[in-house]
Design a protein around this ligand. Structure first.
Ligand SMILES: Cc1ncc(COP(=O)(O)O)c(C=O)c1O
Length: 419
């Protein structure tokens, strides 16, 4: 098979494709594996039964059923859903948006592919523009999305020590060097992989800097706010005419319906809707139909506030305690630290001065039936930094015994790595 340059890049293997294959085959080959590596949300039966109830309602109405199954949606996404979502966000936050500011995509990953490549890469006048990540580590799913080389640049964050065992990454505004080739800035908030939540002041400051360079600020809100709002402090959702807010239904418990929503000014919305038509023709109807019902009945707000957020907050606190206990049992001479868990559903463990790389630790943990993701992969666009080989991302979304046992084994293997 002779491949195009696009084919070479996208059909070939990359660090992330290899890692994902490795995770998948480890699971396939060993059903005993404790899976703490993926971005799958927790299984919350009470939330799933609300989805079931609303879906049954849709299926019982012949008109709604036909719209769901038998009709292509508009390429920008079902107008009724977009109106419902715009009204919801206006009611909650007074953003003054309408359906003309919203594009629906088949998952937010697909939105990032289109959005990033619409803005960055080779330009008609022979230039080359890039997406800037003001804080890395950042979401692994961005890393291979660009159609051209050198697609991402990034800024090393400041590390702030919050307590002896916790730290926090902050935007290092002194080092944040943008230029006229900066096509956009992007941050996930809460951040996958670290559980960081950029402060309201950081986001406002980033938007102000981005605006100076005519670059949109893309905020990846896969973990909320505004929903699913897996957030353990009081950070506010942010939107402005220069912001592109990318939302998803996945972490609400619906990764299978593949629904992303992009909220942006009308110029970006038109460009994205056109690109989405070329790439996908139309978007799936299931997510929008279900989300319309969830918003109308007040379920979205209720299940986010009463089920999803409290579950993850409690699980985050438990997981920190389980890890602390596990290290205490071993003898507390290991310089482990966690990123302050402020949102999302990952612990980000920093092992300062660890004699082996996190990739090696990942292999050792895999051999003990614990799957995590080595930190190296998340330092996108950043040149060598020893810190990048000293971190692990650990999901705590699985059932309690899996997480507790997994954390105990992680502490044992970390201790062996230092001794
Ligand atoms: C930060 C972040 N952004 C975007 C995505 C993509 O999600 P989806 O395509 O399911 O909407 C994920 C998935 O894990 C994520 O963690």
């Amino acid at each position: 098979m002779k491949l195009s340059a696009f084919g070479e890049k996208f059909a070939g293997s990359s660090g992330i494709v290899e890692l994902m294959d490795d995770l998948a085959s480890a699971l396939r080959e060993n059903p005993q594996m404790r899976f703490m590596g993926g971005g799958n949300p927790a299984h919350l039966p009470q939330v799933e039964s609300i989805f079931q109830h609303r879906l049954e309602g849709i299926l019982q109405s012949s008109e709604k059923r036909h719209q769901l199954l038998g009709v292509y949606s508009s390429p920008q996404g079902d107008p009724e859903f977009r109106r419902e979502l715009a009204d919801y966000l206006n009611r909650q936050f007074g953003w003054g948006i309408s359906e003309t500011n919203i594009t629906v995509t088949n998952g937010s990953q697909a939105a990032f592919f289109l959005l990033f490549n619409l803005l960055a890469g080779d330009t008609a006048d022979g230039g080359r523009r890039h997406i800037h990540l003001p804080v890395v580590p950042e979401y692994i799913g961005y890393a291979d999305i660009g159609l051209s080389e050198g697609f991402f640049t990034s800024t090393r964050p400041e590390i702030i020590e919050a307590s002896t065992r916790t730290f926090k990454y902050a935007v290092d505004f002194d080092e944040l060097k943008l230029d006229l080739d900066t096509a956009a800035l992007c941050v996930s908030r809460p951040t996958n992989p670290t559980g960081n939540v950029l402060t309201d002041a950081e986001v406002e400051h980033l938007d102000a800097v981005a605006t100076q360079y005519g670059a949109p600020l893309i905020i990846d809100g896969a973990y909320g706010p505004p929903f699913p709002n897996i957030l353990f402090n009081e950070a506010k959702p942010y939107f402005s005419d220069n912001t592109v807010l990318v939302l998803s239904l996945s972490k609400l418990g619906l990764p299978g319906v593949r629904t992303g929503m992009v909220i942006a000014n009308e110029e970006i919305t038109r460009a994205l809707a056109n690109a989405n038509t070329i790439a996908s023709l139309a978007t799936g109807t299931l997510g929008p139909a279900l989300a319309t019902e969830l918003i109308r009945c007040g379920d979205l707000e209720r299940l986010t506030a009463d089920d999803i957020r409290p579950f993850y907050r409690q699980r985050a606190e438990q997981s920190v305690r389980w890890l602390q206990d596990a290290f205490e049992r071993i003898g507390d001479d290991i310089p482990w630290r966690l990123h302050a868990p402020e949102g999302a559903f990952f612990l980000w463990l920093w092992l300062d001065g660890m004699p082996i790389s996190s990739r090696e630790l990942y292999e050792r943990l895999k051999a003990r039936n614990v799957l995590v993701v080595p930190g190296e992969e998340f330092f996108i666009g950043l040149q060598d930094w020893p810190h990048s080989r000293q971190c692990l991302r650990i999901s705590y979304a699985q059932d309690e015994p899996t997480v507790r046992e997994g954390l105990a084994i992680i502490a044992q293997e970390v201790a062996k790595a230092y001794r």
